[in-house]
Design a protein around this ligand. Structure first.
Ligand SMILES: Cc1ncc(C[n+]2csc(CCOP(=O)(O)OP(=O)(O)O)c2C)c(N)n1
Ligand SMILES: [Mg+2]
Length: 606
């Protein structure tokens, strides 16, 4: 009889990863992870190891991979500090429902529970962040546990953690197929579908309302065109959550943009005047600010029963896939005559768009961020991928970055972790090597992860890094503008990021004048087309962009009035505007009209 073939448990584990279509894993070695490091070397033709310079970057990149592709991302860290460093990225994955597998090193099983060097009971720390969290108990079960972890991460769209005592990975185990993956896993998840009665009840509510608004989230997926059709047919304006950016065509007239702080003026105004709010596939983290400020009826459509009623008391909850709901509503509805509220919303948004275009096209010296965004729009490929870091770039990209459904973009949405820009761009380039990838980050956010420019360099990842340097934490500065305090703790040392990049072997340029912006981007294109990363350090002003969230609509006996929040510019060093007109003008918004003018023009009833 011939002896049964064996394989190192760590190699068997990597074969499981490969069977699930995982092409690369991010991580950083440590003594407690060397059995897997040895396997990564042996299996290097099958699975690529990406050496990041901080475990957090690996975990954030794995989360970004999952957000960009829908497929599981993988990151690892060694026992102790390697494990704790993973947490920020794993929380980002948890909050944005991104399937991620975290492999975590542990000391050899023989010394566990003796307070050995770097040993701690890692399980409890990962409990909260994970949907599945197990320590491997035998070498033979290592590939099995990892296989199970991948299933759980997909099923619950979250983080699966597998803690691996290092010695197990070296042990020879029977060379069998441990993966459970098969063709059947490629089927789409079955989705709940709204009943005819539910859709008819929804249409009846819409018929009774004068000022309905749809707030749509990423649950709409590829159904954005259909929703635009429904919006037009029923004459209901569409507001998007951040993650729906790019899913609804930007050029559809009834798309009035985003709500709250990163909003368009129109979206905040229209939402505040609604008498019926319909959310479709939306999990809006600012609901407590925006949904609670005034009275409206509330209908929620969601494919996850757990979400119904999470953000607001329900007048009607409909458990349904968003696109299936929209398709049925299209079938069962009649085309509605022009609705004054819809017309006012369209006109309000047009007025806002013209304002943004004016900002983008005017002379901008000292340099302002609009000139940078204008150039990004100019040079970006049709299918470019954008990784946007946390800070003002979130607001600015929502407003000024032109996306179509062909583009992809990735942000740390609900966890909003600074330092997500570089990792997102790494993921974009590794998952989509043939597409252009941008990292757009503030000076604060970039300096949290800038060591990983070295990773871009090491793997020749042609990423265009744009650092918007304003020597402050401007996003927080704006918050401090509205508090009765002096600005505190927000100034940043000016840095020569171009020099820092050069020190890491990454070509770069500094721009300080709007006239130099086009040439800087030409250089970025040339260098990235030659297969290398590039960095633009854009020295911009630290201005606050028009804070539309400060606009307040108050119902009166015969209509509605619009004012500026009394908390605006409460800061002890700032002046408050005398009135709404002053407020708009102070942001060069002389062309902007208060929404009440549009309501009057179109005869909107309250
Ligand atoms: C890890 C982390 N720490 C702190 C914050 C709070 N925070 C949000 S935005 C921001 C400022 C970002 O500054 P910068 O990157 O310079 O961008 P800017 O707003 O100036 O464009 C801070 C501190 C955060 N979101 N994440
Ligand atoms: Mg800054």
């Amino acid at each position: 009889m011939t002896a049964k073939k064996t394989v190192a448990a760590s190699v068997a584990m990597l074969k499981v990863l490969e069977s699930w279509g995982i092409g690369h894993v991010y991580g950083y070695p440590g003594g407690s992870f060397n059995s897997t490091m040895a396997a990564l070397d042996l299996q290097k033709d099958h699975i690529q190891y990406i050496q990041v310079r901080h475990e957090q970057v690996g975990a954030l990149a794995a989360a970004a991979d999952a957000k960009l592709t829908g497929k599981i991302g993988v990151a690892f860290g060694s026992a102790g500090p390697g494990a704790t460093n993973l947490l920020t990225g794993l929380y980002d994955a948890r909050e944005d429902h991104a399937p991620v597998l975290a492999l975590v090193g542990q000391t050899p099983s023989k010394v566990m529970n003796y307070n050995f060097f770097q040993e701690f009971n890692e399980g409890p720390m990962f409990d909260d962040v994970s949907v599945y969290n197990r320590t491997v108990m035998t070498p033979e079960s290592l590939p099995h546990v990892v296989d199970q972890a991948i299933r759980e991460a997909y099923k619950y769209q979250g983080v699966a953690v597998v803690i691996i005592p290092n010695d197990f990975g070296y042990v020879q185990i029977p060379d069998e197929i441990y993966s459970s993956h098969s063709e059947t896993d490629n089927k789409p998840e079955p989705q709940p579908v709204a009943t005819d009665a539910e859709v008819d009840a929804f249409l009846a509510k819409v018929a009774q309302s004068k000022r309905p608004v749809i707030h749509v989230g990423r649950g709409i997926k590829a159904g954005g065109e259909k929703l635009a059709e429904l919006s037009k047919k029923l004459q209901i304006p569409l507001v998007m959550t951040g993650l729906a950016k790019g899913m609804i065509p930007d050029d559809y007239e009834g798309n009035v943009g985003f709500a709250n702080r990163a909003a368009s003026k129109a979206a905040d105004e229209i939402m505040a005047a609604a008498d019926l709010l319909i959310t479709i596939g939306a999990d809006f983290p600012f609901a407590n600010l925006v949904y609670q400020t005034h009275q409206f009826e509330f209908i929620q459509v969601d494919n996850d029963r757990v979400e119904l009623g999470r953000h607001h008391n329900l007048d009607m909850g409909i458990w349904s896939d968003a696109t299936a709901f929209v398709e049925k509503a299209l079938e069962r509805s009649e085309t509605q005559p022009a609705r004054p509220f819809f017309q006012a919303a369209v006109a309000d948004m047009k007025n806002w768009q013209e304002y943004l275009t004016m900002l983008e096209n005017r002379e901008s010296d000292p340099l302002q961020f609009e000139a940078i965004y204008k150039q990004i729009n100019e040079v970006a490929d049709d299918d470019a991928i954008f990784s946007i870091d946390v800070g003002d770039n979130i607001i600015n990209s929502f407003r000024h970055l032109h996306l179509t459904p062909k583009n992809k973009w990735v942000i740390s949405a609900l966890f909003a972790s600074m330092g997500s820009g570089v990792p997102g761009a790494l993921a974009a380039k590794l998952s989509f090597p043939d597409r252009q990838a941008f990292n757009i980050a503030g000076d604060g956010a970039f300096s949290m992860v800038m060591q990983d420019l070295l990773t871009e360099k090491k793997y020749n990842l042609p990423i265009i890094n744009i650092i918007t340097s304003n020597t402050t934490l401007n996003f927080i500065k704006s918050e401090q503008d509205d508090l009765p305090m002096h600005h505190s703790g927000i100034d940043l040392e000016d840095q020569d990021f171009a020099m820092i990049a050069k020190g890491m072997g990454v070509e770069s340029v500094t721009v300080t004048k709007s006239a130099d912006v086009p040439a800087a981007f030409e250089k970025a294109l040339a260098v990235t087309k030659a297969g290398k990363p590039f960095l633009i350090d854009a020295k911009i002003t630290a201005k606050r962009d028009l804070p539309v969230e400060e606009l307040i609509l108050t119902p009166t006996a015969d209509g509605i009035t619009e004012t500026v929040n009394p908390n605006y510019n409460q800061n002890l060093d700032l002046q408050q505007p005398a009135n709404l007109r002053d407020f708009l003008d102070s942001y060069d918004g002389q062309s902007l009209k208060p929404v009440t003018e549009f309501f009057e023009e179109y005869g909107v009833k309250f």
